[in-house]
Every structure is written in C-alpha cells, then in structure tokens.
Design a protein around this ligand. Sequence first.
Ligand SMILES: [Zn+2]
Length: 334
Amino acid sequence: MNNPYYVLGYDIGGTKVAICLAVCNELNEDGALIPARIIASKRIPGGSKQGPDTAVPQMKEAGAELLKENGVEIKDLRAVGVCAPGPLDVLSGEMLVSPNMPLWDRVPIVKELENYFEVPVKFENDANGAVLAEYLFGTARGKKNAVYLTMSTGVGAGVIVNGQLVTGHSGQAGELGHNILDINGPQCGCGMYGCFEAFCGGKSFEDRAKAAARADENHPLRSIEVIDGDIDKLCVRVIRDAAIAGHEEAKKWWDEFCMRLAQGIGIAMMTFNPEIVVLGTIAIHSQELLLNPVREYLPRFAWKEMRNDCEIEPSILGTKIGELAGVAVALYTD
Ligand SMILES: [Zn+2]
C-alpha cells in the first residue's frame, strides 16, 4: 500500500514569491512510483522587496489557500521547502540582510512556517534549491554528481556529490561563482576582484560593456547596429548576436565570456568530477552558440579524464525551476 502525501515549496525572489504544491509517492497506471508531481502553484507579487512583516503572513495564507483549493488537508502535508537568495543562516533557519534583501534582517522564516503548518520546514539558498530541482526533476535526473550554474544576473551554483547536496561546515559551500579567476580582474558585486561572476554574471558583463562604451566616444561596441547608439541596450544577447554576425569588438567580449565560463566549469570539473554540469538562463537562450566555444576552451582548464565523462547541458526546467526548487528542497533528505 503506498500513501501519497503532499509538500509545499516556496521560492522567495526579489519581485515575487512562488508557491508550489506537489503530490508525492503516487503510483502511475503501470504501478511505477512517481516521486513528485506538481498539482498547483501560486505567485505572491512583491516578494522580498516588501519586507517580512507583509510577506511572511501572505506566504502562510497563500500556502493554506493552495492546500484548501486543492482539497488537501493539513494532516496530509509532509514537509515545506523554502528557497531564498543568500546569504542565509541555514543552520538557524534565518534569512539575513543583504543588498538584495535589505529588510530581511534575521527573519526566522523556518520557525514561522513550522509553527504555522506544524510540519518540518527545510531551507536552502536558491542555487542549492535549483541543483536539487535539476537532480529530482530536470536535466540532472538520475545523476549522482551534478553541478548547476544559474547563469542569470549572477552566477549562483549548487553542487551534488555522490547524491548529497554539498553544504559545508556552515551551509555556505558551493559558491563557485565567487572563485577568483583573475586577481587583477573586474570587481564583483561581492566586493572581491576577478570572481567568476564578475566575468560571467549577466549583470556584471553588461555593466562592464556599458561602462567601457561610455568611457570612450569612439568605443567599437557603440557601433553595434541593433542598439542604434543607445548604450543602455548593450546586453549579453546583443553582444552575443553581434559576435556571431562578425562584429570584431563583440567577438572579443563574447570570446572572453565563453573562455571564463570554461575556466569556471573547469574548476568545478577538477574539484568535483561531476557527470553533468547544468547551465541556466544564458545557456538556455544561447544553446550551442555558447556551449560550442565553451567546449573548445575546456581542454585548457580540465583534464580529459574529467571532460570525457561529463556532459554540459542547458537546463530543461527553464523558468519553472524556481517553483520546483522549493518542492525539491522539501523532498530532499540528506
Ligand atoms: Zn564575487
């Protein structure tokens, strides 16, 4: 006899909180076990920007509503998972204040939700949630050694080794985005210089391109046709497309992006010997335009013994990954 049960997943983002209800442990028509199936989701607009006094009560209410609307009794709820942008105090279950979360100073989100739902509440940063989502539902399914890089505004990273999420002594491990690739490199949002994210985070890449173009009225990036002289339109996609079309300066920028991404992936390969590296947003939009040059550069950064065994793939979960991350955190047991 199998007993289906339910989990709720929360993904706290800068502009919204996504909540997702999943049923777990069902059998399909052939009697095979389905680990988890998403049955409903909701979004609360506002997210972390509006502060905990407003957001936390809304999160409780919306979770309870989602259960009610789907006929789920609270006794059938087994666990809740919460993902949020770091830094977090995972051990105490508290959100910490940061430039992205200025109002969330030591907010005991785990205790708040545990008291409300009376089930275990698990808590991870969003990149760790994302690697768990890839591992349970996505491109890394069935692979016990996986690295996930968000490749969006920043380079968030999550690592699974031998089927276990790598968390480290105080829950901070796996910050591959802040490995230093060049001590003389550009300053990162974290304050250090030459981080992987300073080269390959979408925001940092775009900020650097815009600053370079602004500093020189004859800068060749200004001549990219599609921006029509508007430096604010320089972005990863525009520079990539101009590079592919043969724009010489754009080619230099895109080539550096691909080389630094290969360097970052090479470090991950040499450190963790993964069987798959899954890449988020920019890779989902760029596919082989990004992956081919990265694969060409990789022999400079990782042994063939590591490369031969390791796929590099864009995420198939796409924008759904946030919702699934909360559910994955709820389901994951170490
Ligand atoms: Zn950094």
